[in-house]
Design a protein around this ligand. Structure first.
Ligand SMILES: [Zn+2]
Length: 429
């Protein structure tokens, strides 16, 4: 792959081979993380997850106690057949932090120390502290406190490290290379302003940009991300800004292989303005990317609009399954099935009683993510998915999720939530 400049750039950020852990081996030791022969993937995954489980068992105070309560230790996890013994953490657990307002952040920091794998760097808390003040202090010490963009009342907060954001940039870029065939610097046109650094994707974009792997143009730089443009139709100033941003597109070469990042909630107000001004484009060589949910329409209708207004054909759009609790990019192929990188991730689906379901049945998406290094990435999500052993649309080996993903109704995980609350309670000094 000598002509692949994208991979060449990316390779500069891979740790030296002599320092590789089994997790690095599973991530950096394969040519295409979405296309690893089954036997090879199984071996790499087994080693990576076993290593990762030991890492969190030994380095994470909360997880250690949680595993002890479940009666599981690293020696019990020998092969993949033992993976069902690994205690899982519901994603809602990362909302279980104490309110900062109550005691000026003291207990919040204690909570963070307990759920962080390793020694959390010490920071001083000042008076009237806020999450974002703590974020910037921790950031200086290499910890990225990321939260969900927040569709529910209480947001999830997770500590990431530069290394784990690097994992994400790597897999993200691999997805664009493999699924959309980018082989050189990615010219990304973001229909948004710069992403804030307190959400994982903001860190990913910034790191990707800093590494010179991507080139970003933020079309809506001054608009903010509050989407208020959608709600307040009377806000003429913002409307004008959006109009002039869209007109910038007229000066861009329609033959270029841009990558459009256009979050679904932004599409309707953009189309409205394009209608008023009779704007239509034919970016025939461009691709489009979405990720992180916010589907206010079906993916099909999104793709229809993309073709009609921007000339981007159906098979040039891919969606990524992203969640703050996952350090790996789960990417659609051109057939729109979500590919789960098989050498680093072990996915499964649970029924409402938390029992594993066979492939092909809808249930709660769960996974063992070997790449998470600063918190245990053995997660039960609130997403309803169907897992298939192979993609019906392309010939890449390894499991996929069907395109239809929704939320599990009544999303709080039963069972283990009580046990976790008890473990945390017992850990209180
Ligand atoms: Zn596929």
């Amino acid at each position: 792959m000598a002509e692949d400049l994208l991979r060449e750039r990316l390779s500069k950020f891979i740790p030296p081979k002599e320092e590789w852990t089994p997790v690095d081996e599973a991530l950096y030791g394969v040519e295409d993380i979405y296309n690893v022969p089954e036997e090879k993937a199984k071996k790499l995954r087994e080693d990576a997850i076993r290593y990762s489980f030991k890492h969190h068992y030994e380095g994470n105070k909360f997880y250690h106690n949680y595993c002890k309560k479940a009666g599981v230790k690293p020696d019990d996890i020998k092969t993949e057949e033992d993976f069902n013994k690994i205690p899982l953490v519901p994603d809602t657990f990362f909302k279980s932090y104490p309110d900062i307002e109550e005691d000026g952040g003291k207990n919040f920091l204690k909570w963070l120390e307990k759920i962080y794998t390793g020694e959390l760097p010490k920071i001083a808390i000042e008076k009237n502290t806020t999450i974002s003040k703590m974020q910037s202090k921790l950031n200086k010490k290499g910890i990225k406190l990321c939260h969900t963009s927040g569709t529910s009342k209480k947001i999830s907060i997770l500590p990431h490290t530069n290394e784990s954001i690097g994992h994400y940039v790597h897999t993200y870029t691999c997805a664009l290379s493999e699924m959309l065939s980018y082989k050189d610097k990615i010219k990304m046109i973001c229909f948004s302003s710069r992403m804030p650094m307190d959400i994982a994707i903001g860190n990913v974009f910034k790191m990707a940009e800093n590494t010179g792997v991507w080139n970003m143009l933020y079309l809506l730089e001054n608009l903010g991300i509050d989407l208020s443009i959608m709600k307040k139709r009377t806000d003429e100033k913002k409307k004008k800004m959006l109009e002039s941003s869209l007109k910038k597109l007229e000066k861009m070469g329609e033959d270029e292989d841009y990558l459009f990042f256009l979050p679904p909630p932004f599409l309707p107000p953009i189309l409205k303005i394009m209608d008023v001004h009779g704007l239509k484009f034919n970016f025939r060589n461009a691709n489009a990317l979405t990720g992180g949910g916010g589907w206010i329409m079906t993916q099909e209708s999104y793709r229809d609009a993309l073709f009609e207004y921007f000339g981007i054909s159906q098979d040039r759009h891919i969606d990524l399954y992203t969640t703050t609790e996952l350090d790996v990019c789960v990417s659609q192929c051109k057939g729109h099935y979500y590919h789960l990188p098989p050498s680093v991730l072990y996915p499964f689906v649970l029924d409402e009683e938390m029992n594993p379901l066979p492939c092909g049945e809808y249930g709660r998406f769960s996974f063992l993510d070997s790449l998470a290094n600063s918190y245990p990435g053995f997660i039960i999500t609130g997403d309803r998915v169907k897992l298939l052993e192979h993609c019906p649309e392309c010939d890449r080996p390894g499991p996929v999720l069907a395109p239809e993903i929704s939320r599990v109704p009544g999303v709080e995980s039963r069972g283990c939530a009580e046990v976790m609350a008890k473990v945390l309670e017992e850990m209180r000094e």
